[in-house]
Design a protein around this ligand. Structure first.
Ligand SMILES: Nc1nc2c(ncn2[C@@H]2O[C@H](COP(=O)(O)OP(=O)(O)OP(=O)(O)O)[C@@H](O)[C@H]2O)c(=O)[nH]1
Ligand SMILES: [Mg+2]
Length: 393
């Protein structure tokens, strides 16, 4: 499963975000290092279900009236402070836990109500833009330290006659979540000596930085938008490529409210409706959340996940079926599976995502929307429904 990790300084709202996005019970507190052991759970990205193109909704458990929720793993780890790569705070342990992540959500306290170490201060006292840069910096230095630690063994390996520097680096870096393709692309960009003895610290840092950008891209979540000065959010937007204003607290209240039957709200909706009995205090709280949602187009929690997966990682959703006219699996379930694939993926890639046997024995594919056979190099599109014909038993 695709893995999204929440990173950020302590007390920024990572666990609140996690709780809202997974509905799991975790510790939340207004002090640094509330979270020590990582939380790992299932959350969802939201897209339009292909069943919207048909007369009837598919009725799948992950589809609510055409709003399709596709599972991803969500990881919530301890807060990160400056110097974490050298072990400050809960540094190293935290960073190692990010190895499996495909994309990072850097949760920032946009209100500036916590200092660099996560201690509470007055709203606006801390500049949240600093929290954007230091996370990248810490992650780069962490990767650089892993490269450093492994360098001796690479040097040792270079004495063997069939030593290949590209292979040696690929072996080391796949350990932190890079694919062979990532490493190949990084090495193509960099200018570096063949002999590991001639590498300088700068070479190693450049390698680490490039691999980090490729394997751990970052969306910045401007959290606590409900109390943040608007100017902070605008400056954050200028300082980063992917920014999503959010109120994790607000999302949590809405999900709890939906569960209790007080509000009608699906994650990612731009608004909600009060449908049950709510006390005056609850109503007031909900109306406050509505104001924030009106300003930013929603609570931002779902948008942050969607931005990370669909925009930054550039993925699409494809739906394998066995029956191309009914869009069902062997048991008659309509659109039972949704797979996230990189844009540019082909039906063969989808076949492998379903099962390696299906991939190995792939024969051809049929686009179930047009009922036409598609070529092997056909690039899948968002919402494609595909029947894979394979000789696998
Ligand atoms: N106003 C406001 N407060 C929030 C929001 N999200 C979280 N908080 C508060 O921020 C504080 C920290 O929340 P946590 O979720 O524990 O933060 P964390 O980043 O997991 O903290 P550590 O585990 O210590 O690193 C708590 O008091 C939350 O209630 C939000 O959207 N708005
Ligand atoms: Mg936490």
């Amino acid at each position: 499963m695709l893995s999204v990790a929440l990173a950020g300084k302590p007390n920024a709202g990572k666990s609140t975000f996690y709780q809202a996005a997974t509905m799991a019970d975790v510790d939340v507190g207004n002090y640094p290092f509330t979270t020590v052991d990582p939380n790992r759970g299932v959350s969802y990205v939201r897209t339009e279900c292909p069943c919207l193109e048909r007369d009837e909704r598919c009725g799948d458990e992950h589809c609510r009236d055409g709003k399709r929720y596709v599972p991803v793993e969500l990881l919530d780890v301890a807060g990160l402070v400056p110097g974490a790569h050298e072990g400050r705070g809960l540094g190293n342990q935290f960073l190692d836990e990010l190895s499996t992540a495909d994309v990072i959500l850097n949760v920032v306290d946009a209100a500036g109500a916590t200092d660099a170490e996560g201690e509470p201060v007055e709203v606006g006292e801390h500049d949240p833009v600093e929290d954007v840069d230091f996370i990248e910096e810490e992650m780069d230095l962490w990767l650089a330290s892993i490269v450093d630690r492994n360098w001796e063994s690479i040097e040792r390996g270079s004495r063997s006659p069939d030593f290949d520097i590209d292979e040696a680096l690929a072996e080391m870096l796949t350990g932190v979540g890079a694919t062979e393709l990532d490493v190949a692309r990084t090495l193509r960009e960099l200018d570096y000596p063949e002999d590991p003895q001639q590498w300088t610290d700068e070479h190693r840092e450049a390698l680490a930085r490039d691999i980090r950008q490729r394997t751990k891209p970052i969306v910045v979540v401007a959290n606590k938008a409900d109390i943040a000065p608007e100017e902070n959010i605008e400056r954050l937007r200028e300082a980063t490529d992917y920014l999503v204003p959010a109120t994790a607290d607000g999302e949590l209240a809405l999900r709890n409210g939906a569960e209790a039957g007080i509000v009608d709200y699906d994650p990612g909706d731009p608004d909600f409706e009060i449908v049950g009995d709510a006390s005056d205090a609850q109503r007031q709280g909900l109306e406050r959340i509505r104001e924030v949602m009106e300003q930013w187009g929603g609570t931002g929690v779902q948008t942050a996940l969607d931005t990370a997966v669909y925009d930054l990682l550039d993925m699409l959703t494809a739906y394998p079926v066995q029956n191309e006219s009914k869009w069902t699996d062997g048991q008659g379930n309509v659109l039972p599976d949704a797979h996230l694939l990189k844009r540019g993926s082909t039906p063969t890639d989808l076949a492998y995502a379903v099962h390696s046997d299906i991939g190995d024995n792939y024969l051809h594919a049929v686009d179930a929307k047009s009922d036409m056979r598609v070529s092997d190099d056909h690039e899948l599109e968002e919402g494609d429904v595909i029947k894979i014909v394979s000789s696998a038993k």
